[in-house]
Write a protein that binds this ligand. Structure first.
Ligand SMILES: Cc1ncc(COP(=O)(O)O)c(C=O)c1O
Length: 429
């Protein structure tokens, strides 16, 4: 048996049966062990989640929903899907859940399919201000079917959303659905204002909480349902620390929940991935523990520690800083290093993050002005505020010395030493 930190590679059959794939997985295990993962949408799952995800549940077809399937032999698949539903409803304080979406993008597509007719209008956050591709990027299928209109930040220096303009546009465009949610926005949204605007124009509200769902489940951040949102969609593999997958939650309307179930199956998906649903159930169970609540609070404290280092070094952050797990920094404006260069040079020293466009970016998306990074994964490894401050210092030191080979080698060794101090844990409970 090969052991790479927490990744017990027990695939003794695969290592001889398919050495090419095995070697790639082993290489990835070492990369994850030795580097620092700052991509804010990534995390490490527990061994229990991995075991469920790699289980024999993958063999089963279970089209339909618990108690109403199109195939026989469902006594155990029904158990895991019911457990996942029950647990996620408890975590988010809602009445209905669909745990079958294969990922975040199909979850969003299913909500559109459930509630909209072709040509209907949807309002979402402008992509250049932090919104997600699935909220209306012209290259996506939803953008070809529905009309998307957007809202933006009033001022990228504070990050506050321009709610007055949002109301003005909503009154003119009459969206049927208003989406709160983002993949590159570091501040808090005023969910109550979204609900008020939606009420004024008769829209349904959906919060795409893919990035911060785990922080909401742990009550470290506000739950949009508490302000009256109708629907929450999310991925399960980011702060929620589960397998790759999606969920759709409905606060209280059975009518909406039924439409969503039909939109997932048979609307856009076939058989559910029961191994993933089993792993989701395990992750939701873990998210109910006090240890997970402490984890979520630490994610926020760690992001604040990194924010302070960036502030002290006069590096501009979009929104002026962070209220959640992520930071979007204007490295081109502040240090003269582009997002693409930053990503590449940080890869060299073992820090993984991603280049990102910033509001009003004058550069192209494939070499933008910004970088996006966050604390969910390193917090899972046990990093605390002082460690995160050190990571932020090393990150900036790398960018300031991007052409200094000796310095980069020195930083790389420091990163490796830091990573080895914090092995990826096997269990969180
Ligand atoms: C806000 C938001 N919604 C949806 C998605 C899509 O999720 P997936 O990549 O699992 O399809 C993402 C992924 O980054 C996201 O950040």
């Amino acid at each position: 048996m090969l052991k790479y930190g927490y990744y017990y590679l027990t695939f003794t059959i695969m290592s001889t049966h398919d050495k090419e794939v095995f070697d790639a997985i082993a290489g990835e295990a070492i990369r994850q062990r030795d580097g620092l993962e700052l991509i804010p949408s990534e995390n490490y799952v527990s061994k229990a989640v991995l075991e469920a995800n790699g289980s024999i549940m993958t063999n089963k077809y279970s089209e339909g929903y618990p108690g109403r399937r199109y195939y026989g032999g469902q006594e155990y698949t029904d158990v895991v899907e019911r457990l996942a539903i029950e647990r996620v409803c408890k975590l988010f304080n809602c009445k209905f859940a669909n745990v079958q979406p294969h990922s975040g993008a199909p979850a969003n597509l299913a909500v559109y399919a459930a509630l909209l007719e072709p040509g209907d209008t949807v309002m979402g956050m402008d992509l250049s201000h932090g919104g997600h591709l699935t909220h209306g990027h012209p290259m996506t299928l939803p953008a070809k079917i529905y009309k998307f209109v957007t809202y933006k930040m009033k001022d990228p220096e504070t990050g506050e959303i321009d709610y007055d303009d949002m109301l003005r546009v909503a009154k003119v465009e009459k969206p049927k659905l208003i989406i709160a949610g983002f993949s590159a926005y570091p501040r808090t949204l005023d969910y109550k204002k979204f609900v008020d605007i939606a009420k004024e124009v008769g829209a349904i509200t959906m919060a795409d909480m893919a990035h911060i769902a785990g922080l909401i489940a742990a009550k470290a951040l506000r739950n949009p349902f508490d302000d009256g949102f109708d629907i929450i969609t999310s991925t399960t593999h980011k702060t929620l620390r589960g397998p790759r997958g999606g969920i759709i939650l409905t606060r209280e309307s059975e009518e909406i929940a039924k439409k969503i179930d039909k939109a997932i199956f048979p609307g856009i998906q076939g058989g559910p991935h029961m191994h993933t649903i089993a792993a989701k159930a395990v992750a939701f169970g873990e998210a109910m523990t006090p240890a997970y609540q402490e984890y979520a609070q630490q994610v926020l404290r760690n992001a604040k520690a990194m924010e302070k280092v960036f502030k002290d070094n006069n590096v501009r952050m979009i929104g002026g800083g962070t209220d959640n797990h992520l930071i979007l920094a204007d490295v081109f404006g502040s240090l003269g290093v582009t997002g693409k260069e930053s990503q590449a040079v940080l890869d060299e020293v073992g820090i993984t993050l991603n280049m990102n466009s910033i509001a009003g970016d004058t550069r192209k998306p494939l070499d933008p002005s910004g970088i996006r990074f966050g604390t969910p994964a390193i917090t899972t490894r046990g990093f605390k505020e002082a460690d995160c401050a050190q990571v932020a210092e090393l990150l900036l030191e790398t960018l300031k010395n991007k052409d200094n080979t000796e310095k980069k080698e020195e930083i790389k060794q420091k990163i490796k030493a830091l990573a080895s101090k914090f092995p990826i844990p096997e269990s969180f409970v």
